[in-house]
Design a protein around this ligand. Structure first.
Ligand code: PMP
Length: 319
C-alpha cells in the first residue's frame, strides 16, 4: 500500500493498527476473499510499473463519505492514464459496500485500486481486457464529535528538497499507484511528520499525502490547483466550509516562508481530516498553541475541524 493518509497513531504508517489482516475479507476481481488469499500476479502492471489508479475513502456510519467526488477523481485518474477498466461506478460502489458488509464494518478506511492487470508485451499498454480490481477495508473509527482523531497531536512539517513531479511529467491530479515522489519526500524528514513539498519553481505544492493550508490576517490560504497538487477531496470540502463560514479564502502561489510565518497551519486528507500543524521547519507558529491548557487551540483550524465533523455527522450519521 502507499504511504497514504496514515490512519494509525503513527503518521508514517498508512494503515490503522487493527485486527490481524488475515481476519479481514477483501474484494479481488469480483470475489470476496480472505485478505491472506487476496494476491495478485507478480506480472501485474500495478506491481511492475505502478500502472494503476486508486482512491482512499472513508465509511462513516456505513455511508461512503464523498463517494461522488472520489468516483469522479478515480475516473479522472483512469482517463489521465488511459485505463479503460469497463466497470461502472455503481458496480465499484457495490463492491465496496459488499466488502464493508462482509467485514461487518460501518466506520472504516477503504482503499479501491484498479490496475491495468497482466498484459502481454512489456511497457506499452494494451487495451484493458482484465483489470485487477481490489477493495481493501480496515476498521477506522470516526475522528470527530465523540470520536478521537487518528493522529496523536498536531503535526510537525518540514520543507524538503525533493520537488513535486511536474504535471507535464505525470498528471498532478491523477492518484496513481506510483507514490515514489511522496516516499522520497518523506525519507528526508528529521523528526517531522509530514513533508512540505514545493514545485519545480519553489512554490509550495502539498504534503506527501496531504494538502496544506495556512491562516494569516488575510484569511485562509492554500496552494492553487494550478500548481502541481493533487486536488484533495478534503481540501475542497474545507474550502467550501470556510467560505460558508465567512472566512476569506485564497488559492494562490506561496513560498515556504509564507507558511512559516502564518498564524495557523493545518493539513488535510481523507484519513487525517483536519490536522493542525504545530511547527514548520522546527519553528513554532506565531499563534502557538498546544500544551497550554489555557488556550483553546488555533481558532480557525479548530472551527474548520468542528465544521468538518458536523458535516460528517449530518451526511452520515443523521437519520
Ligand atoms: N495530496 C496527496 C499527494 C495525497 O496523496 C493526498 C491523499 N489522497 C492528498 C493530497 C489529500 O487528498 P484527499 O483529501 O482526497 O485524501
Amino acid at each position: 500500500m502507499t504511504a497514504d493518509d496514515a490512519p494509525s497513531k503513527s503518521i508514517d504508517s498508512d494503515e490503522p493498527e487493527t485486527a490481524a489482516a488475515d481476519e479481514r475479507i477483501y474484494h479481488l476481481d469480483g470475489e470476496l476473499v480472505p485478505a491472506s488469499e487476496a494476491t495478485v500476479s507478480v506480472d501485474d502492471r500495478g506491481f511492475r510499473y505502478g500502472d494503476g489508479a486508486f482512491e482512499t475513502l472513508r465509511a462513516y456510519g456505513g455511508q461512503l463519505y464523498e463517494w461522488g467526488a472520489h468516483a469522479d477523481r478515480l475516473e479522472a485518474t483512469c482517463d489521465a492514464i488511459d485505463l479503460a477498466h469497463g466497470l461502472s461506478r455503481t458496480e465499484l460502489r457495490q463492491r465496496i459496500e459488499a466488502t464493508l458488509a462482509a467485514n461487518d464494518l460501518v466506520d472504516a478506511y477503504v482503499r479501491l485500486s484498479i490496475t491495468r492487470g497482466v498484459q502481454p508485451g512489456k511497457l506499452t499498454p494494451q487495451p484493458v481486457t482484465d483489470p485487477t480490481v481490489v477493495v481493501m477495508v480496515k476498521p477506522l473509527p470516526r475522528g470527530g464529535l465523540e470520536g478521537k482523531p487518528v493522529w496523536d497531536g498536531p503535526a510537525t512539517l518540514q520543507t524538503v528538497k525533493r520537488r513535486r513531479i511536474p504535471d507535464d511529467a505525470l498528471p498532478a491530479d491523477a492518484k496513481t499507484h506510483n507514490y515514489l515522489n511522496g516516499i522520497l519526500a518523506r525519507t528526508e524528514l528529521h523528526d517531522a511528520d509530514e513533508a512540505l513539498v514545493r514545485d519545480l519553481e519553489g512554490y509550495v505544492a502539498e504534503g506527501a499525502t496531504s494538502n496544506v493550508f495556512f491562516v494569516d490576517e488575510e484569511g485562509l490560504h492554500t496552494p492553487t490547483t494550478e500548481t502541481d497538487v493533487l486536488p484533495g477531496i478534503t481540501r475542497r470540502v474545507v474550502l467550501d466550509l470556510a467560505r460558508k463560514a465567512g472566512i476569506p479564502t485564497h488559492e494562490g502561489w506561496y513560498r515556504p516562508i509564507d507558511v512559516r510565518q502564518a498564524d495557523e497551519v493545518f493539513l488535510t486528507n481523507t484519513t487525517w481530516e483536519v490536522r493542525p500543524v504545530a511547527t514548520v521547519d522546527a519553528i513554532d507558529l506565531e499563534g502557538e498553541y498546544g500544551d497550554d491548557d489555557t488556550t483553546d487551540g488555533p481558532p480557525v483550524t479548530t472551527l474548520l475541524a468542528k465544521l468538518y465533523d458536523e458535516r460528517v455527522e449530518r451526511r452520515c450519521y443523521s437519520d
